[in-house]
Design a binder for this molecule. Structure first.
Ligand SMILES: Cc1ncc(COP(=O)(O)O)c(C=O)c1O
Length: 394
């Protein structure tokens, strides 16, 4: 029998991709320059030159058989050593290659670690708004996803978090800088979360792991500090991706790093290897993992996203739209005028503006605008946004 859960996951909920597909069709009718597609969080900036230089060198100097062969499941030893060294030197937490497992972006890091850390019937807490795929990974792991609403500024609400913690809680997923709100958790918030989890873990008699999902770590604006959660809380698994920082979402490269001091580290490592195997992740591309490892600490020219952020935020705020200025990532999370995000998205669509209802992120009443698009698209969309604002009487 075909399992119902896969039918459900496969036939619903892919709102973002459906909207983007609509945008592509609509562009054929009215012309791409007249469709203001702000749906997908896919980088619009080229990968850095260094990435191509490294690829070029690898292709010229490594034999094709060696360059395109299977890698070990956890990743090449040299790559895992480079990642461990980079994390240790950058964040002051002492990692070894035995903590690092290369993955197909943050997505598979999350799928693997949730499968590895959760048993049937356990709960994973997420701070809402959140990346929709978390629910699939948690349920695939046999767990239940529990939403914890954030405060009005999309910062953690500690009382709300404490209220949702139970003896069944095994994991809390934290995503900062956040998709879709752009909020960055402050060091004080991380400290407070760590204190609360330590207290509750002692009370329950089992660890509560933080899964830190950080594909946007480098995408912050101004002098905002992104606290490195493993430095505050030992039971943290750090999930990273090169999709956004190097503009390589299609290459599928990332890693997860078990904190060296985490409870049951060796069992967790074995479980990660087992989950990766069970989920069919044979290995990450031998060539791309080497190229990414040489680009640790390098980014695409992400300063361009700041220009987009400034324009989108200031223009929309001036028109009367209400949103918190994002400190990171490349999204603007806008309060839907009238409170109905679905209705707002439909009205926006009539003007060929495509944005995503916040319902998809566990936060109805808001819409997400992905500003990782060419600057010109934002500029050209402003008259349509103005007309929309007028329709809502802003
Ligand atoms: C918060 C968050 N986590 C994880 C991912 C997965 O990204 P990838 O698998 O490309 O690394 C995304 C992608 O947009 C994201 O926004």
């Amino acid at each position: 029998m075909i399992p119902k859960k896969y039918i459900t996951w496969g036939s619903s909920g892919a709102v973002i991709r459906e909207l983007a597909a609509y945008g592509a069709e609509r562009a054929k009718v009215v012309g791409p320059e007249n469709v203001y597609d702000f749906t997908i969080g896919s980088p619009s900036i080229e990968p850095p030159k260094k990435f191509f230089d490294v690829l070029d060198r690898l292709m010229k100097t490594v034999s094709p058989i060696e360059l395109h062969t299977y890698a070990p499941a956890a990743g090449l030893e040299s790559v895992r050593a480079a990642v461990a060294k980079y994390l240790t030197e950058t964040f002051g937490v002492q990692y070894s290659p035995n903590d690092i497992y290369m993955t197909h972006g943050a997505s598979s890091a999350l799928a693997i670690i949730l499968a590895a850390l959760m048993s049937e019937g356990e709960e994973a807490l997420v701070l809402a708004p959140y990346f929709p795929e978390y629910k699939i990974y948690v349920e695939q792991a046999g767990g239940t996803l529990i939403e914890v609403p954030c405060d009005e500024d999309f910062q953690v609400d500690l009382a709300a978090l404490e209220a949702k913690l139970t003896p069944k809680t095994s994991v809390i997923i934290i995503n900062s800088p956040n998709n879709p709100s752009g909020a960055v958790l402050s060091p004080d918030s991380v400290k407070a979360i760590a204190e609360l989890l330590n207290k509750k873990a002692a009370e329950y008699g089992h660890p509560i792991y933080i899964v830190a999902d950080e594909p946007y770590r480098e995408l912050v604006y101004g002098d905002v500090e992104v606290p490195f959660i493993p430095a505050y809380y030992d039971n943290t698994v750090y999930c990273y991706s090169f999709s956004k920082s190097l503009s390589l979402p299609g290459e599928r490269i990332g890693f997860l790093a078990l904190s060296p001091k985490m409870t049951e580290h060796d069992n967790a490592w074995a479980a990660v290897c087992g989950a990766g195997r069970a989920l069919g992740y044979v290995c990450v591309s031998t060539m791309f993992q080497q190229a990414a490892a040489e680009c640790l600490g390098v980014t695409a020219d992400i300063s361009k996203y700041d220009d987009n952020r400034q324009l989108a935020y200031s223009a929309l705020s001036d028109m009367g739209f209400n949103c918190v200025k994002p400190d990171g990532a490349f999204y603007l999370f806008i309060k839907a005028p009238g409170g109905d995000s679905q209705a707002f998205c439909r009205k926006a669509m009539e003007k060929d503006i495509l944005v995503v209802p916040g319902d998809a992120f566990g936060c109805p009443g808001y819409v997400r605008l992905a500003y990782c698009v060419p600057f010109d698209r934002i500029k050209r969309s402003l008259p349509a946004f103005k007309a929309l604002a007028e329709e809502y009487g802003l």
